[in-house]
Design a protein. Sequence first.
Length: 113
Amino acid sequence: MRVLAFEDTYDIEAILTAGGLDTASMLLEQRWNSTDALHHIERFKPDILLLDHYMPPESGMEVLDSLLTSLLQRPTTIVAMSSEEGKNQAMVQRGADIGIVKFDLASLPHWTT
């Protein structure tokens, strides 16, 4: 499973591991800012895309909007994972599949598929 995370503050692999997940079967890449986000999505071709809302220079919402209006192949699952639930729900309304507080990422059922 290919996982691409755009998160500028917290180590996503550490969050998943702390939640009890074995990340050995994942190919996980974390981008610490959203510079050239579409380029990284196209290059990495993630199955799961994790988007933090508060991330420079473009927010997760802006990355989501750009992705959904581009010609790029859409990842199977797009997860809005801000620490603020309201921002996650706004991204779900715009086209993300799931909204979850980032510290609860390990509880998603997607990691076992």
